[in-house]
Ligand binder design. Structure first.
Ligand SMILES: [Zn+2]
Length: 225
């Protein structure tokens, strides 16, 4: 379930959409302090290239050792060099086990032709790969998200916000509002005659209108029916 009120980004104050990040400055919407920011798509690609280079030049061995050093912080060697990290979509930390499963999911999704799994970040709203969606992770800047590693997750969520389900639908192809999302703000719905009668009775009950006014207005409402 989404929150019922339209919320604004804690950093830029612009209204938040349905994504996990502010579409203007990338602030993670579940972070009440506003320090966690989405990793750039360019940074993601750079991290992937650096990881591949480290793999080749260290004949896998150095990469694996390095991986065990940084995986507890939600990183692999390429991500550690670039300064980005993996967290859960609900704001929880991802440790060594989580990074291993995500890596495995990446290997599996890598079987999809045309590198679609990794290229998905280019058009995905939250810059998720398909394997990110599979294991419910997003990639954020390392700077500002250290607290997730330290605390194991987010502290208090912003008021009125519930984290997304841990196993949500993996892919949303349509940008149409999902059921349960906040309808756009508009003028309030006009009163029904029944509501008008109730309010009128309330006014009389509080002695805010005379009995004559009450009867007159009551007749006017009933005449409209
Ligand atoms: Zn913002």
């Amino acid at each position: 379930m989404q929150s019922t009120a339209v919320r604004n980004c804690i950093r830029c104050q612009r209204p938040l959409g349905e994504g996990l990040f502010c579409e203007y400055d990338g602030t993670f919407v579940l972070d009440s302090e506003g320090t966690i920011v989405m990793a750039g798509r360019g940074e993601r690609i750079l991290a992937w290239l650096i990881s591949a280079l480290i793999l080749i030049f260290t004949l896998f061995i150095g990469w694996v050792i390095w991986w065990f050093l940084v995986a507890p912080r939600g990183q692999n060697p390429g991500k550690a060099v670039v300064g980005i990290r993996v967290i859960r979509t609900n704001g929880d930390a991802v440790g060594t086990g989580g990074m291993f499963v995500r890596g495995l999911a990446g290997q599996l999704a890598g079987l999809i032709p045309l590198y679609l799994d990794d290229l998905w970040i280019l058009w995905d709203r939250d810059a998720q790969t398909l394997h990110d969606k599979l294991v419910n992770t997003v990639v954020v800047r390392a700077q500002g998200s250290e607290k997730i590693v330290e605390r194991g997750g987010l502290g208090a969520l912003p008021e009125g916000v519930t984290p997304p389900p841990i196993y949500g639908p993996p892919i949303r192809f349509s940008s149409a509002p999902s059921p349960g999302s906040t309808p756009p703000a508009g003028p309030p719905a006009p009163d029904t005659p029944a509501m008008a009668l109730v309010r009128l009775a309330e006014l009389r009950g509080k002695d805010l209108i005379t009995e004559e006014e009450y009867q007159e207005k009551r007749r006017a409402i009933i005449d409209q029916l």
